[in-house]
Design a protein around this ligand. Structure first.
Ligand code: ADP
Length: 442
């Protein structure tokens, strides 16, 4: 602002000074005597003052003011440095900001002698420039204030609008943290917010699924643990309630109680295996394992069970396989599949196990010609506590956890497990496991 103001004043000073010097040339154009000159100069000074809205004083060589357009100093002496310098030929034009005027001195020469006879001493007001600049300043200030206020209001509005979806997400997280249940949230906003809201809803869905499966799991566990207890209680109470119970009945009931205790024990140890896998995120103790020998060992353990039903149990090894697996856990997978193939099979049935490999994977197939699994059950076969026929499968002594454990172990080895089955024809489980174990990141 200061620069603009100085520029305007400078331009005004130049203009006034140029015109002033031009007009001063008129002074000697038509005058005769000294008195006439004074009169004429006085009139010219008045006219000049009118043109510039200024005060013009004419000073003669005696430093006497012969004309003053304000009529205040006429006849008085004016001995100032500027006037003195002007008589010595130095004209001046400068700005007096304090008094808001341009100060000018202009020498008037008698053209006939070339001598400086008079000095014009003038002041031209520049108050109008200051007033104009002041109003511009006021307008600018007011505009700036309005702009700043508007910008602040806009920023507040924008930040409230922008933070709204995040507050909604925060409230939802808080609500979930306090134990509340939220299905989905719907948030409107830009594409980024839509993306966050989408991911958040996916997370909510996963949390709800986990919560549902947790509840199902707890209720299943309670149910499964209670069933053997109830049976044992009934058996024991019936023995207590009768008098003179024959020895054989005691034997029979106590055997049943021991069987139920075994069942309870199996469920608890399977549950412990599962819980341990869940809580440690399945830490594998991987080493180079001869898979042929490992399967052979598991079949040896299962043979007495197969013999009970006269089931043929064969291993077909197409190639020697050495792979990086957790031996204990992977043995459990083979055992679960083979024992199931025997359990859910008919007398005189068969169970064929085969082992093959390529450069990346090894493949284990466990095939039986037993009961088979109905199509609608195939999707649930790996769920915890799922059994095709509760009464029948309970009689076989299962816990409904074996396949869930098997699948967790296979997945931990970065492998896959699939099932194919036809009722009354048989079932085939296939596993594909990488020969080299790659630990998952994160
Ligand atoms: P369980 O302890 O009851 O055997 P699993 O998780 O090992 O539990 O198996 C779940 C259910 O899948 C079994 O109860 C059974 O109904 C069915 N099943 C598993 N393997 C076979 C198979 N080879 N043939 C027929 N049904 C099977």
């Amino acid at each position: 602002m200061g620069v603009t103001e100085n520029k305007i004043i400078e331009t005004r000073t130049k203009n006034v000074s140029a015109q002033f010097s031009m007009l001063s040339n008129l002074f000697y154009s038509s005058s005769n005597s000294d008195t006439e000159t004074d009169k004429y100069f006085s009139t010219l000074a008045d006219d000049m003052a009118g043109v510039f809205l200024s005060r013009v004083q004419v000073i003669n060589r005696d430093f006497t003011i012969i004309s003053d357009t304000y009529q205040l100093n006429k006849g008085k002496l004016c001995i100032s440095a500027e006037v003195n310098e002007c008589f010595n030929g130095v004209n001046q034009a400068y700005t007096d900001k304090k008094n808001q005027c341009i100060v000018l001195t202009q020498a008037i020469k008698d053209p006939s002698t070339g001598r400086i006879t008079h000095v014009l001493f003038a002041t031209s007001s520049i108050a109008d420039i200051f007033t104009a600049m002041d109003s511009i300043r006021t307008v600018l200030l007011a505009t700036s204030i309005i702009l700043v206020v508007a910008l602040i209001a806009l920023a507040i509005f924008a930040s409230v609008q922008l933070s709204k979806p995040f507050r909604q997400i925060e409230d939802t997280i808080e609500h979930i943290g306090e134990g509340g249940n939220v299905e989905t949230i719907s948030i409107s906003g830009g594409s980024e917010i839509q993306a966050i809201s989408g991911s958040f809803n996916t997370m909510l869905k996963r949390i709800n699924q986990l919560e549902t499966s947790r509840q199902e799991f707890v209720s299943n566990v309670s149910h499964e643990l209670k069933t053997p207890m109830t049976s044992m209680k009934v058996l024991a109470e019936s023995l207590i309630g009768q008098q003179g119970v024959p020895e054989e009945l005691y034997q029979e009931f106590l055997t049943d109680i021991v069987n139920e205790l075994d069942r309870e024990n199996n469920i608890i140890s399977d549950l412990l295996t599962l819980v341990k896998m869940d809580s440690t995120g399945m830490e594998l103790n991987v080493s180079q394992v001869n898979i042929n020998e490992m399967i052979e060992a598991q079949l040896k353990l299962a043979r007495p069970l197969a013999k009970e039903k006269n089931i043929e149990l064969v291993l077909e090894s197409f190639t020697p396989v050495i792979a990086e697996v957790d031996e204990t856990k992977f043995s459990m997978c083979i055992s679960n599949l083979v024992v199931n193939a025997i359990k859910y099979n008919n007398v005189d049935g068969w169970v064929h196990v085969s082992l093959n490999a390529d450069k990346t994977y090894f493949y284990v197939k466990v095939q039986d010609n037993g009961f088979g699994i109905p199509e609608e059950s195939l999707d649930h076969i790996f769920d915890r506590f799922y059994r095709v026929d509760k009464a029948r499968d309970r009689a076989t002594g299962g816990t409904g956890l074996g396949l869930a454990i098997t699948k967790s172990i296979v997945l931990a080895h970065n492998g896959t497990i699939k099932v194919y089955s036809q009722v009354d024809k048989g079932t085939t489980f296939t596993m594909q496991i990488p020969l080299t174990y790659l630990k998952k990141q994160g």
